[in-house]
Design a protein around this ligand. Sequence first.
Ligand code: UDP
Ligand code: MG
Length: 305
Amino acid sequence: MDKLLSVVIPAFNEEESVENAAGTVAGVLRDAGIPYELVFVDDGSKDGTWEAILRAHERDTRVRGVSFSRNFGKDRAIFAGLSRARGDCVAVMDCDLQHPPEKLPEMYALWQQGFEMVEGVKRDRGEESGFHKLCANAFYAVISKLAKLDMKRSSDFKLMDRKAVDTLLSLSEEEVFFRGLTAFVGFRRAEVEFDVAERMAGVSKWSFKSLARYAVSSVTAFSAAPMQLATVSGVLFALIAVVTGVLFAIVGGEAGGWLVFLAVMGLLALACVLLCLGIIGYYLGRTFRQSLHRPRFIISRECGD
Ligand code: UDP
Ligand code: MG
């Protein structure tokens, strides 16, 4: 008897994509003879996403859905889906079908062979601008170095064993970063390459600002190293102060020139102190939010049993 595959699909303002996604994914899995359920998570959409999920459920009772009370973000939506999924293995994919559903049978087969974390890796990054690609590369370089997680080609398109899913759900941090946490938990891994398809309908939900926020939140979730900027800049400015003092004593020269130099260095040091305070404040904020023990998400409606 083949084991159940749950497919978790976060959806934010995807009224145009939901029904097509449900039909396409279910069709692929039915053709491959894989028992499935689809778990849609409406991430506080402002459009008719929830109604589209209800229609998809009416057409196929193996479609289930939960709806958030407001927008909580994709990563939290994924975790809500994982918490509802009943499968022996669980896949996660985007609603706009940029993650090709045709790859699911291949991923499922690898899981059957004993792989516990089957990862979709991007062969190319699809329709992205040069600037976007540059930022993405810089982000992955920083996170690989600081957090020691290799995520260069990684995506949120994954198929995981129940063991990996339960481990992810047992983690207690409120701010979840799916891609990082799946790397963190480990398990036997396999990779399946895919080409990022063009978005089926609608527009990308990511603005430059939200991507930047995502990048900062991801790096700080895995590394406390940015706070050491305070130490590094402290040492640097102490050195500059000593060298300037010695040079002034030995070489001397016009006091005015030295004063300008010292004023510039002073301002630079002040900027550094403020930057470091900001960074430390950011970490303090994370700790503060975690200490409140608020839920990761709030569910307002569910459909399917
Ligand atoms: N998404 C979500 N909550 C959000 C933003 C996005 O659930 O706050 C979902 C979205 O509906 C889609 C997936 O996450 O299924 C990927 O989003 P999008 O296509 O906008 O990102 P991109 O493909 O441009 O990286
Ligand atoms: Mg997309």
